[in-house]
Design a protein around this ligand. Structure first.
Ligand code: SF4
Length: 345
């Protein structure tokens, strides 16, 4: 059964919400009635990777709580500037796989298109926080070259819209690109990785659905939600519209210290995803990107949490615990710490 109201969520345009995002640390602290003592660190961190957070996401944060799990994902901290030998600018070596503008081709059969370099939110843990997006803003000619590359490789059965956030692109651009890709016979499906509907649910418009779903290609959308508090009525409505359009919905989560590294938090997220008809797909351990070391959860703790989730949830609500390793041809699963003691049901 599908629950929820069918009221449209686009009463305020997503472009307007995007353009009014908070980028000034002082404004964010004031808005959430936080201690001004946080400002110096926030400014220092923002100088390396700017603050950006849209109002609909801020609305879901608790005031006066510096440990709010949604705030922690976006608030710059001075400790991001600490050097750590294991945390580097390009932890996944993508600048070697990004050999053509707009394309990352690192897995067999699948290809990532950098559809937009922009994001609606700057997540402090982002493994692409130092990615040279400026080199991936494609001209019309470069888009044609990217499409020619897909046309020329019969092994590419899946095209993945990535970014930045691909839904930061206009509906017109998405509709054109999707039509072009659907016209390539060996492409079987389209996947969209996005956090935009989570932070600005108003992004899910009829035009967006038409742009993505107007061709023969089945569409899989992988949302990026890290905490059950991210789900409010507007996001629930947006998700419902995506489901009603026939889009398969999955979610991937990054395991983040101080945000979601407890069993109850992860179970609550999986249950909430299940309530909305979204299947938990991946639980990623943190990529070792420079500036994100304060989010680290050690592997033993991560594997223990995954094993406990298996004991408490139906198997289809347990995400796969994975790590991305530079140069590997797929994600690398981490074993359950107590493998053999729990069974899928
Ligand atoms: S939305 Fe995704 S790509 Fe953009 S900053 Fe957040 S994690 Fe990175």
């Amino acid at each position: 059964m599908i629950h929820g109201s069918l009221a449209p969520v686009e009463s305020v345009s997503w472009q307007s919400l995007l353009s009014r995002s908070i980028t000034d640390p002082e404004q964010l602290l004031r808005r959430l009635e936080l201690d001004p003592a946080l400002l110096a660190g926030a400014r220092a961190g923002a100088a390396d990777f700017p603050l950006r957070v849209p109002e609909p996401f801020v609305e879901r944060m608790h005031k006066s709580d510096p440990n709010d799990p949604l705030l922690r994902q976006v608030l710059p901290l001075g400790e991001e500037l600490l050097e750590h030998p294991d945390y580097v600018l390009d932890p996944l070596g993508e600048q070697h796989t990004n050999t053509r503008a707009g394309i990352i081709h690192k897995y067999h059969g699948r290809l990532l298109l950098i559809v937009s370099g922009g994001c609606a939110v700057n997540c402090r843990y982002c493994f692409r926080r130092h990615f040279p997006y400026g080199d991936n803003n494609l001209s019309t000619e470069q888009w044609q070259q990217a499409l020619d590359y897909i046309r020329g490789d019969q092994s590419i059965g899946e095209v993945i819209y990535s970014g930045g956030d691909p839904l930061a692109a206009s509906d017109k651009r998405l509709a054109w690109l999707t039509r072009e890709i659907a016209a390539i016979p060996h492409v079987r499906r389209l996947r969209v990785h996005t956090r935009l509907p989570v932070v600005i649910p108003q992004r899910v418009t009829s035009e967006l659905i038409d742009a993505l779903c107007g061709t023969r290609l089945p569409v899989v959308m992988v949302l990026h939600s890290n905490h059950a508090n991210e789900f409010d009525a507007a996001l629930g409505n947006a998700v419902l519209r995506l489901r009603q359009a026939g889009i398969t919905l999955l979610n991937q989560t990054v395991l983040l210290r101080g945000v979601n590294d407890s069993l109850e938090t992860l179970i609550s997220l999986s249950e909430t995803l299940g309530d909305h008809g979204i299947l938990p797909y991946y639980l990623h351990v943190l990529d070792h990107v420079k500036g994100a070391q304060h989010f680290h959860v050690d592997d033993g703790a991560a594997m223990g949490l995954a094993a406990e989730m298996l004991a408490r949830l139906p198997g289809f609500l347990v995400p796969r615990l994975v790590r991305e390793v530079a140069g590997e041809t797929s994600k690398t699963p981490l074993p359950f710490q107590t493998a053999g003691t729990h069974r899928l049901a």
